[in-house]
Every structure is written in C-alpha cells, then in structure tokens.
Design a protein around this ligand. Sequence first.
Ligand code: R7I
Ligand code: MG
Ligand code: MG
Length: 323
Amino acid sequence: MLRTELSWSHRVRGAMVLAACGDALGAPFEGREPADPAEIDDWMHRSTQLMRFTDDTACTLVLADHLTRRRGIVNEDELADELAREWTREPGRGYGQGAAQLFADIARGAAWRQAAADMFDGHGSLGNGAAMRVAPVGLLPGLALGAVAGRARRTAMVSHQHPQALDGAAAQAVATALAALSIQDTPLDADRMVAAICQHVHTAEFRAALRKLPALVARAASGADVAGEVGNGVAAVQAVPAALAAFLRHPDDVPAAIGFAIGMGGDTDTIASMTGALCGARRAEKDLPVMWGLRLEGASRVWTAASALARLGRPGAGAQPPG
Ligand code: R7I
Ligand code: MG
Ligand code: MG
C-alpha cells in the first residue's frame, strides 16, 4: 500500500514538473520552422541557461491549485476568475491573442460563458489553450475515464467552447490518466490507448486525427512525418495528437519524447508540455533530468503545487490501464 501511494505521488510530480519542463524547453522554438536538431540538442542537454515557462505552465498551475483547494471539484465561475487574475498578474507569458482578450474581458467583469462563446465570430476558440493546462484533471484520484473527460470539458468551457478544443482537453486529460495508470517498461499498446481516448472525443475531425497515430507509431514515423500527417499548429486538433504521437514514439525515454515533440516545430512549447505531462505520468519524477530541475524557472513552485495535488489521493478502480 505504502509503495503504491509513494509511486502515485511520484507520478503526479513527474507529470507536473515535466509538463513545465516541456513548456520551457519548447518555448524558444515556438512558431518557428523545425529547428536544427543540433540546436535543440544543445539547448536541451548542454545549456545551463534558465528555462523560462510560459502561459502553458502558468495556466496549469492555476488549474492544479483550483482542483487541490476544491478537492477535485470544478467551479467554473471561480476558475474563470482565477485564470483571468493570473493573466492580469503576468500578461507577458506568451498567451494566445484570443485568450489574452478573453481574460482581460473577464477581469473587467464580463461573464465568462458569453465572452468565451463570442470568440472567433461566435464559434469559440479552437486553440489548444484548454488542453495545454488540463494535465491536473488527469491526475485526480478515483475518477473513471468518462468522469475525467467530463471534468476536463468543464475546465475547458471557461475559455474554449469550440467542440474541437473541448475534445482536445478531454483527450489530453484521458491520455494523462491512462499514462499514469500504465506500467513502466512494459510495451505500451498504441492501438488500445488511442482507442480508449477516442471513446471520449465527440468530433469526427478529432477522432480522424487520433486514428492516424497507431500507424505512424508502428512505422516509427519521424517528427516531420507526424507534423505532415496531423499538423503541429496551435489548433487543439493538431497539437494534442502531435503530443500523443511524441509520447507513443518514446514512452519510456523522456528526453527522446520531448526532443521529438520540439523537433516537429510549430507550437513547440505546448506540444512538448503535453508530451512532458504524459511522459512524467508514466515514468514519474525519477526520470526528470537533474539539470532540467535546476534550470526550470519556478521549479519549487511547480513541485509544491504538484505535491499538494498528489495528496488528494491515489487513483480509484474506475479506470483501466492501457495494455
Ligand atoms: O488557445 P489559446 O489559449 O492559445 C494557446 C497557445 C499556446 O501555443 C500557448 O503556448 C500560447 O502561445 O498560445 O489562445 P486562443 O487565442 O484562444 O487561440 C490561439 C490562436 O488560435 C488564436 O490566436 C488564433 O490565431 C487561433 N484560433 C482561431 N483562428 C481562427 N478561428 C483559435 N480559434 C480560432 C478560430 O475559431
Ligand atoms: Mg505558451
Ligand atoms: Mg504554445
């Protein structure tokens, strides 16, 4: 019993800290064409520079604190205010344009439900901002996968109401939960994991993107191949499958998975952050490279938030490990 509890808290901390590391490691390459692999390798493994985190981590910390304080229960009104307050406190973290405008409106007193619905000509944002912050939902104890997906959607609604963005949050939260239940160093069945995630997405576009992954993994596709097939952009329907592909290509090698994610180019901080969450949930904090822990801005803050989240408890019997 003690061993299980210990390893669960290690997984939660691994997921949270490696999500922050992925964000900070990917940030210098965000929005660029795929960088020179040697440049990525230098930055990841030889640099001693500070790794600054971006909005991805700032928002993940808000959600982790929200869930910890409320013992896993989501309150949309409070969450919207907390996200808007965080944006007000540090608006320079590289937020998406729509998100920045939304949080400014909420901070001025706008009602989140209407403001988020009005974005992008009334379609709602299809960006990956809800998926990028959702890992803590996948690390809550005692939830079946359907409940993980449902709770993820509720956290997404306050800012991202496009069906593909809601799918992105549900898919990334379920993937995190499955990674946290998976057994290290035993082969991860990509078909089963993708099929399990597909049960919790609603749009045909998202399901189609996810269904491309098993074949890409089976043929050991390159980052360029994955980016060509599913995309590497800021849309949730691209970035979430891309991150899952990076994880499935290297499920037991954290630096390789994060390097793969950054090597795809495009929305590198977000894809690498979501990859880091999945890797950390599976491999736990023991696989955090020491230098990343030393270089990460705010490492102790992330560590503290993750430890508090982990104290909510161990996972229940409702969810099944993926293969
Ligand atoms: O989704 P969001 O929070 O952005 C997250 C991204 C991550 O890469 C972070 O690292 C940070 O860099 O931003 O912010 P949104 O503004 O809701 O969406 C991001 C972008 O997606 C927008 O600025 C738009 O360019 C685009 N976008 C859309 N474009 C057309 N139509 C989002 N929704 C739409 C849309 O419906
Ligand atoms: Mg960012
Ligand atoms: Mg990004």
